[in-house]
Design a protein around this ligand. Structure first.
Ligand code: DQA
Length: 164
């Protein structure tokens, strides 16, 4: 029998699944123990499980990275700009002062969602400024762990609307 595999119509279900790089900055490794009344009781591993599961439902592959070091987070953004289809980032306190991280985000036109567990606009004065949000597609703040679910939902929307 002739092998007509190359002639068949491509099945979208077989297309490679978009990769979403989910990046966490300083002190987010302490979630669960750190100010649970502000950041909730879930650990970072639990949040990652939630985001991974939601991503799978949406046909996305979530990859995770956390660091307490500004330069490593910038390296991770640069790496994701090359190798991922979208970035979800909670930069922690770097949100409020890292112009270098803002520049790294600005350098990629891939969809980017900034997530904060807490509502940074309802907290200390210094937390109300984000120097990174001008360089992302959307910001989600104040939804606690659900913010990561919404971020994956947003990513699926941004990626599908950018496809021909
Ligand atoms: C945070 C808010 C920041 O102000 C803080 O420094 C964090 C966490 C949040 O998720 O609410 O580390 O980004």
């Amino acid at each position: 029998m002739a092998n007509n595999k190359s002639a068949r119509t491509p099945d979208p279900a077989e297309a490679p699944r978009p990769i979403i790089s989910v990046l966490h900055g300083p002190n987010l490794n302490m979630l669960g123990a750190r100010d649970p009344e502000v950041y909730g009781k879930h650990t970072l591993a639990e949040i990652e499980h939630l985001a991974r599961t939601r991503g799978e439902m949406l046909g996305l592959v979530a990859e995770f990275f956390q660091t307490n070091h500004e330069g490593e987070l910038i390296d991770a953004v640069q790496d994701a700009a090359q190798n991922a289809d979208g970035i979800v980032i909670n930069p922690g306190a770097l949100t409020h002062y890292s112009r270098a991280l803002g520049d790294a985000l600005d350098a990629t036109s891939k969809p980017k969602v900034e997530v904060h567990l807490s509502n940074i606009y309802a907290r200390d004065e210094w937390r109300r400024t984000s120097v990174t949000s001008p360089y992302v597609t959307a910001v989600i703040a104040g939804f606690s762990t659900m913010g990561y679910v919404f971020a994956m939902d947003s990513m699926a929307g941004f990626i599908s609307s950018s496809r021909p």
